[in-house]
Structure formats: structure tokens, C-alpha cells
Design a protein around this ligand. Structure first.
Ligand code: SF4
Ligand code: SF4
Length: 247
């Protein structure tokens, strides 16, 4: 017992101070893109042709974060002439069309559903469904339970049964084999319920886009309330989305 207390005293308080203070992220992290509206059409064209995700809208000079896997190819080949990725991890949206951006995003709190705040603002239980994800999105959701992020301090927990939950958090491209299980899990959640889509796979098919085995966007089969882009989304992106949308 004494050694446990000694250990605790030596290690101190390890939980991050977010959302009070924004922690610094790793220097090579790519967050919200800032697109230069004065970029020459040639650079935009070159970047669009090089993009493996078909995520660049040439006409509007915007990037679709729902498709983007944040590989950085467009930033590297244009040397910042077209786009620069910032360290801003607060990139989730309540509407899918807001993911198409040149760098400006609406305040998520202003687009959240007020009845969700009153119902789930103090206690939110979520069931995670991995619908053929690669496990990176799932791993970055798992770390929210660690002492550094400590999701439970906000009254938000991941639970084992959909019958005990207020909504589902879906990752992966929703393969044909997982579709029935996902829909049954959704049905098992009592009303009113929320649906949260995490990662480019779930938002648009991501790297698997074009495959006949997947669903190209969870919103085609379920009413999605919250869209969290990334491949995978940073844990802080997930945390920001949950706090801003429900608190
Ligand atoms: S960072 Fe996104 S928009 Fe740029 S090339 Fe990669 S996938 Fe395409
Ligand atoms: S979005 Fe990326 S990290 Fe997440 S499951 Fe798909 S491939 Fe994996």
C-alpha cells in the first residue's frame, strides 16, 4: 500500500488538461488543412491528380476531409503552394458537407442537437462497433480510457452491450459481412440514440472506396449525428468532438 502511494506521489497527476488548455501535438501531425485560395490552377491540378483519395475539389479549391487520409502528398509536392496542414485537431463536424473545407469549419457546438445535450450532457454510454476497420481507429478510441485522456471524468464511457448504451461509435468501411451485425446493434440501442462515424473509412469508404464489398459512407444506411475525420482521427479529435457535441 505504501509503495502504491509513493508511486502515485512520485508520478503526480498525469491527466491532460484538455479542454482547459490545448496540449501540443507531435510536430509531424497533420490536422486541419489550410488551402491557399490564391494557389495557381496548375498546382491544384497537380495535387488533385496525385491525391490517392480523390479528395481535392479543383473548382472550389477545397479538401474533402471525409475522403482525405492526411497522407501529406499534396502538401509535399506543392511545397505548401496549395495546402498546408496545421496542428489543429478540432476538425469534427455535425454535417457531412462541412467536411469539404478550405480551412474554415463551423463551431461544432452550434450545430449539435440541443436535446442530445440535455439527455446525454452528464452521462453518455457508447457501444463501439468495428465494422471491418484496420484497428487504428479502434486503438485511438481505446486510448481515451487511459489516465492521460480519462474520458470517464466527463461521464462518457464505452460499454459492452448496445442495450446499455445511448448510441454507437462506428469505425471501418462497413463491409458486406459486418452490415447486418451493425444494423442489429443499432436496433438494439434504445431510443433516442446517437450515431457517431469515426475515420475516413466510415465517412466515405476511405482507402477502400470503390470496393463492392463496402458501404461508401455510413450515412447511406444510418442517420449519422457526428462525423469525425482522420485516418485514424487523433484521440484529441475524438475527445474534442464528444465534448463539443454533447457538453
Ligand atoms: S493529404 Fe489528403 S488531400 Fe492531400 S493528397 Fe493526401 S489524401 Fe489527398
Ligand atoms: S480510417 Fe484509416 S485508420 Fe481508420 S479503420 Fe480506416 S484505414 Fe484504418
Amino acid at each position: 500500500m505504501f509503495s502504491v502511494l509513493k508511486n502515485r506521489y512520485e508520478q503526480g497527476y498525469r491527466t491532460c488538461s484538455y479542454p482547459k488548455e490545448k496540449p501540443a501535438v507531435f510536430g509531424r501531425y497533420r490536422g486541419k488543412p489550410l488551402v491557399r485560395q490564391d494557389a495557381s490552377p496548375e498546382w491544384v491540378e497537380i495535387c488533385a491528380n496525385a491525391c490517392p483519395q480523390d479528395a481535392i475539389d479543383v473548382q472550389q479549391k477545397k479538401i474533402d476531409m471525409g475522403r482525405c487520409i492526411f497522407c501529406g502528398t499534396c502538401e509535399q509536392i506543392s511545397q505548401g503552394e496549395f495546402v498546408r496542414f496545421t496542428g489543429d485537431f478540432e476538425i469534427a463536424t455535425a454535417q457531412k458537407e462541412h467536411l469539404l473545407t478550405a480551412g474554415d469549419l463551423p463551431d461544432l457546438a452550434r450545430h449539435s442537437k440541443q436535446h442530445f445535450k440535455s439527455l446525454f450532457g452528464r452521462s453518455l454510454q457508447l457501444r463501439q462497433v468495428s465494422a471491418a476497420g484496420c484497428n487504428a481507429c479502434e486503438a485511438d478510441l481505446n486510448v481515451l480510457a487511459t489516465p492521460f485522456f480519462d474520458l470517464a471524468r466527463f461521464g462518457i464511457n464505452f460499454v459492452a452491450s448496445p442495450r446499455h448504451s445511448d448510441g454507437i461509435v462506428v469505425t471501418g468501411p462497413v463491409s458486406r459481412n459486418m452490415r447486418t451485425a451493425l444494423l442489429q446493434t443499432y436496433e438494439a440501442v434504445p431510443d433516442p440514440k446517437v450515431v457517431i462515424a469515426v475515420g475516413s473509412c466510415t465517412l466515405t469508404g476511405g482507402p477502400f472506396s470503390g470496393s463492392p464489398e463496402i458501404t461508401e459512407g455510413l450515412d447511406k444506411i444510418l442517420p449519422v449525428d457526428l462525423f469525425i475525420p482522420g485516418c485514424p482521427p487523433h484521440p484529441l479529435t475524438n475527445l474534442h468532438a464528444l465534448l463539443r457535441f454533447f457538453k
